[in-house]
Design a protein around this ligand. Structure first.
Ligand code: PMH
Length: 386
């Protein structure tokens, strides 16, 4: 019987079962480094909520969450109740906040698992009151100060919601928060406006509520740029993964970050094409001379978008272009010479003296860096290195 597991034991890596030569490497030490860098900028008593929604921005929710906690994060934030439950099932016991609205009928499940929910609607709270909760449900109150997504917007709404909260034994308010729409931009006018709106609502809140609460407004951008004015807790997302929220924040050099994510594969086939021969569907690429073509086993079925045709990959530290249409499971590259089958191909990350950054892929696809690790789906195994 063949033993694919032996290889993994030799490399001392933690993986689910896989049998393909395409993998994502997650450097957990980079996660720790980035949290440490952020912590150094924040006031001593400030807390960090590690944002691990969307499978930890594609990095793998459980290993990243565990590393974040080990590195000093005090809590976790996810988008969905199912993500929070996945963390509880992995025996993670720090506070977990769901950021998106959870339908009230699932409140008993949240309460039972000590999962904190956001809330901002009186009707939502009134519906919660109908359910039988085994423990008080922890809540964070969400203000919409200009993101225009979810949250209460006016003092009237705030007062209405507080009436439903005060003296309500079913729920326990433990936090207040908002989210910025432009904290990463060069023009910070709207950011300041949101901050002011938050402070106004917070003042009204504090007049009516004197129990201690966690107050968190800072995403990565706001926390990196204004570490001393983001109250007593931050929600640290993209920069925990070693990526800058925008070119503006990157160019300000206020923090040094290390990317945790890299993507690799291996040549599975190498051949010489003659001038005039074509590559892949639609024959969009015709060899201009006799050329070495390599086949790499990754495609749009893995989330490696067809739009990346023309982007380069690294082979022995040199850039080789992706030629012809990207298929569902494979793509072809043009190489400067013959390389052996099995030669490592790096699609994201360092190889030799070169480095293909996630930012470069994002620019090529005319999107933001956040989307790149998220788009690479579960068909590609995540391998964790410490
Ligand atoms: N808090 C909330 C409510 C968020 O939606 C996000 C990111 C973060 C914190 C973390 O932000 P950061 O990654 O910039 O640090 N949410 C999203 C989103 O909905 N689309 O892109 C990023």
């Amino acid at each position: 019987m063949s033993q694919p597991l032996d290889l993994r034991r030799e490399q001392s890596i933690v993986v689910d079962e896989f049998y393909r030569d395409t993998w994502i490497e997650i450097n957990l030490e980079a996660i720790k480094y980035n949290i440490t860098q952020m912590k150094e900028k924040l006031p001593q008593d400030s807390n960090i909520i590690a944002v691990v929604k969307a499978n930890a921005y594609g990095h793998g929710i459980v290993p990243v969450a565990k590393k974040a906690i080990e590195s000093g994060a005090n809590g976790l934030a996810v988008a969905l109740l199912e993500e929070a439950i996945k963390l509880r099932r992995a025996a993670i016991d720090v506070p977990i906040l769901v950021l998106g609205l959870v339908p009230p009928r699932y409140a008993p499940i949240a309460a039972e698992n000590n999962i904190t929910l956001p809330f901002f609607q009186r009707e939502w709270l009134d519906e919660i009151n109908q359910y039988d909760l085994k423990k008080p449900l922890h809540l964070h109150l969400k203000f919409d100060t200009g993101m225009g997504r979810i949250g209460l917007r006016t003092e009237e709404e705030l007062e209405d919601v507080l009436q439903g909260l005060i003296g309500n034994p079913k729920v326990q308010l433990t936090g207040v928060f908002t989210h910025f729409a432009t904290a990463d931009e060069t023009d910070l006018n709207f950011f300041y406006e949101q901050n002011e709106r938050f402070n106004r609502l917070l003042m009204v809140f504090k007049e009516k509520w004197d129990l201690p609460v966690t107050i968190h407004i800072g995403n990565s951008a706001a926390s990196i740029r204004f570490p001393k004015s983001v109250h007593n807790c931050i929600r640290f997302g993209i920069s925990m993964y070693g990526l800058y929220p925008s070119a503006t924040v990157k160019e300000e050099h206020q923090i040094n970050l290390r990317p945790a994510f890299s993507l690799h594969s291996k040549l599975v086939h190498v051949k010489k094409l003659s001038k005039g021969e074509s590559v892949s569907y639609g024959r969009t690429y015709i060899a201009e001379a006799d050329e070495w073509i390599g086949t790499v086993p990754i495609g749009y079925g893995d989330g490696w978008s067809r739009k990346l045709q023309g982007m380069s990959v690294l082979v022995e530290g040199n850039r080789m272009p992706i030629v012809g249409r990207i298929c569902m499971d494979q793509l072809m590259i043009r190489m400067d010479r013959e390389y052996k089958i099995g030669t490592k191909v790096t699609l994201i990350g360092k190889q030799g003296n070169d480095n293909i950054e996630i930012d470069e892929i994002a620019d090529y696809l005319e999107t933001i860096n956040y989307e790149i690790p998220c788009m690479l789906n579960e068909r590609i195994p995540r391998v964790y290195v410490n």
